[in-house]
Design a binder for this molecule. Structure first.
Ligand code: NDP
Length: 448
């Protein structure tokens, strides 16, 4: 085994050398590689075919200029990215992120994780991710539209229902998908709903797609709790962020009998001991696009802490749903000390490696993003199925399918962890289970 681990370490050093400065990508790769020692020991063909080295190198990386004019007529220039990481299991699939922090290293970490997440869904989708360092915050609708049109004017040539199918992520919701779909249709003169997911319900979108990531993450935590003969009933919960994933996580927690007392945005934290008023949060964030701070204008009993740390609020279930590396080792230790028994990651890689170590050592139920937040992309794949069949499913039917998919992902991760002698370790279960399917497809496809 030591020999195998040494080989994997050499591969990781090569990744560091070939991708300098891309720290988030390094972190995502290390987390997967650390789990693969026993897998390649069982499957020497993966080493012979150099599957790990190939999987760490994206199939294609596209970087492009996005020029656009703001409302004052000033010309602005952003950078656009699409990293088409792996098509072993299907067309590249993964969201677009618009946030000032976006650079190649972030897109590659997200694209890499997406390969294994998509594999875990059991659906025929490969892995990719994209985005831009454009900041939609504070921009008018017209500015966002002009940016999206310029972005799609380059991206369209790389897309297609059998090639690459983007969706939303941070900063990209229904509004942005609409503008990009419109521009795609205009340039190509083709009404191709299968080219983007997260579309509006009257023009090819799927019911439950908006809710899917948050609902799915909550279903996943529910399964982890059930495996420990427990449930959400009466649990105090905290959910970071107040965007798409956070909102529908809070909704499903409340439906399952939990009480969510805190959420946040990048400016601060809201604490409402009576339980968050979700209708108000939806109005503030989805309709009026305001800051979470405005919650206390309506609910004077609640508290707002500017630049506060949500993980200091005692809870039994924590669901990070904002961004990467938002829980460090100290935060994780605080959560455990305060009685947290389950963590479900709605966000991608929200816990640092030190934080993950704390959760695993404490043996709490810890669901990594790759498994826990796969409900979003799974429902995107269901949207693709409906588009291909020119069909439209009911909310109840689609939600049932989502729940079944999350139960399956949970069980596969759980059983894989058992098989590899790491009972209850969903990180190992998710990484191994996601990897093996992709690796077998790559062996079958030959050296490409
Ligand atoms: P949104 O843009 O809808 O919401 C993001 C939320 O997180 C906002 O409240 C935002 O606050 C906050 N946030 C973003 N960056 C930071 C930061 N650096 N520090 C503190 N808070 C921050 O995005 P989503 O809800 O779609 O995505 C949230 C997470 O879930 C991301 O990690 C994403 O990759 C992941 N995810 C999303 C999926 C989806 O279907 N949408 C699917 C799978 C994973 P503010 O408004 O102040 O920026």
């Amino acid at each position: 085994m030591a020999q195998v681990d040494a080989k994997i370490e050499t591969m990781y050093q090569e990744v560091l050398k070939r991708n300098p400065g891309e720290t988030e990508f390094h972190q995502a790769v290390l987390e997967v590689l650390e789990c693969l020692g026993p897998v390649v020991a069982k499957h020497p063909e993966y080493l012979e075919r150099r599957i790990i080295e190939r999987i760490c190198e994206p199939e294609r990386q596209i970087i492009f200029r996005v020029p656009w004019q703001d409302d004052k007529g000033k010309v602005n220039i952003n950078r656009g990215f699409r990293v088409e990481f792996s098509s072993a299991l299907g067309p590249y699939k993964g969201g677009l992120r618009f946030h000032p922090s976006v650079y190649l290293g972030i897109v590659k970490f997200l694209g890499f994780e997406q390969i294994f997440k998509n594999s875990l869904t059991g659906l025929p989708i490969g892995g990719g991710k994209g985005g831009s360092d454009f900041d939609p915050k504070g921009k008018s609708d017209d500015e966002v539209m002009r940016f999206c049109q310029s972005f799609m004017t380059e991206l369209y040539r790389h897309l297609g229902e059998h090639t690459d199918v983007p969706a939303g992520d941070i900063g990209v919701g229904g509004r942005e998908i609409g503008y990009m779909f419109g521009q795609y249709k205009r340039i190509t003169n083709r009404y191709e709903p299968g080219v983007l997911t997260g579309k509006g319900l009257t023009w090819g979108g799927s019911l439950v797609r908006t809710e899917a990531t948050g609902y799915g993450a909550t279903f996943f935590v529910n399964e982890m709790l059930k495996a420990r003969k427990d449930s959400f009933e009466g649990k105090t919960c905290t959910v970071s962020g107040s965007g798409n994933v956070a909102i529908y996580t809070i909704e499903k927690i409340h439906q399952l009998g939990g009480k969510c007392v805190a959420c946040s945005d990048s400016n601060g934290v809201i604490y409402d001991e009576k339980g968050l008023d979700l209708d108000l949060i939806k109005r503030l964030k989805e309709v009026e696009r305001r800051r979470i701070e405005d919650y206390i204008k309506t609910h004077k009993h609640a508290k707002y802490v500017a630049k506060g740390n949500i993980w200091e609020i005692p809870c039994q279930v924590a669901m990070p749903s904002a961004t990467q590396n938002e829980i460090n080792g100290k935060d994780a230790a605080t959560l455990v000390k305060n009685g947290c028994i389950a963590v479900g990651e709605g966000a991608n890689m929200p816990t640092t490696p030190e934080g993950v170590k704390v959760f695993l050592e404490a043996k709490i139920a810890y669901g990594p993003g790759k498994a826990a937040n796969a409900g979003g992309v799974a429902t995107s794949a269901l949207e693709m199925q409906q588009n291909a069949g020119r069909d439209s499913w009911t909310f109840e039917y689609t939600e049932r399918k989502l729940e079944d998919i999350m139960i399956n992902i949970h069980n596969n991760c759980f059983e894989t962890a058992e098989e590899y002698g790491a009972s209850g370790n969903y990180v190992l279960g998710a990484n191994i289970c996601g990897f093996i399917k992709v690796a077998n497809a790559m062996v079958a496809h030959g050296l490409i």
